[in-house]
Ligand binder design. Structure first.
Ligand SMILES: [Zn+2]
Length: 247
């Protein structure tokens, strides 16, 4: 049976209050909304990165298509120019010249078709390039937002860490000099009871489990020695009696 002076039992309530606050700080640290926000932003960043790879691949492919389309146009243009030069030189028979004339005309038509195709590829290249630019600026904007949220998270974390250090110091001050067996019992109960090892008995109610004590238990408390460390029959926590206990 652990015993402790009433003053030490009251001080245990201070220790409990600091421990509760420390647990709240730790919980807040783990559940900052910025954590989820940053996770979401990182997901979006990965999506943009994937889309950029795809968009840049499209640009590369269309540029290759454009090179080919330009070469096709050039080939026809060179051939038509050569034919015109031959015609201008007036070499060959009338039949030859007529054949050349015919070829120049069909090359002209062919060139027009190829130039249209080239133009269409150029338009697609512009669209593909625009898409890369759009994604790059979206990515940059996302990076700025991420930096802002990261800074906010880090500020919150350092504030919580500072508060935690202060709270820890106050907790240690409150616990200093308390009987070792009382603290050991408190820690053991606390570990098994959602972080609450000691509770005040306030107006016949255990503040650990919020239940009102029955007449039998109250009677036992009334007769218990002042320095007896008593436990709540319902939740097992150390029950600290004060002037407001209603005994
Ligand atoms: Zn209780």
């Amino acid at each position: 049976m652990v015993t402790a002076a009433p003053q030490d039992q009251w001080r245990l309530l201070d220790v409990q209050a600091h421990d509760t606050r420390l647990a709240q700080i730790a919980h807040r640290r783990r559940t900052l909304p910025e954590h989820a926000e940053l996770e979401e932003l990182a997901k979006q960043a990965r999506r943009y990165a994937d889309e950029l790879v795809a968009a840049r691949t499209v640009v590369t492919d269309v540029m290759r298509e454009l090179t080919k389309a330009e070469a096709d146009v050039e080939q026809v243009r060179v051939r038509a120019a050569r034919n015109r030069a031959r015609m201008d030189a007036g070499q060959g028979s009338a039949k030859d010249l007529q054949a050349l004339q015919h070829e120049v005309e069909s090359l002209g038509a062919r060139q027009a078709v190829l130039e249209d195709a080239e133009l269409e590829v150029m338009e697609r290249l512009e669209q593909a390039t625009d898409e890369v630019t759009r994604l790059e600026s979206a990515e940059a904007e996302l990076a700025t937002r991420t930096a802002g949220v990261t800074a906010r998270r880090d500020a919150e974390l350092s504030a919580l860490d500072a508060e935690s250090i202060t709270e820890r110091r106050a907790r240690d001050d409150a616990a200093a000099g308390l009987p070792a067996d009382l603290l050991a019992l408190y820690e053991k109960i606390r570990g098994a009871n959602a972080g609450v090892g000691a509770a005040r008995l306030y107006q016949r109610r255990c503040e650990g489990c919020r239940l009102e004590l029955n007449a039998t238990d109250l009677g036992a408390l009334r007769t218990a020695a002042e320095d007896a460390v008593v436990r709540c029959e319902e939740c097992g926590r150390i029950l600290v009696r004060t002037a407001d206990s209603g005994l």
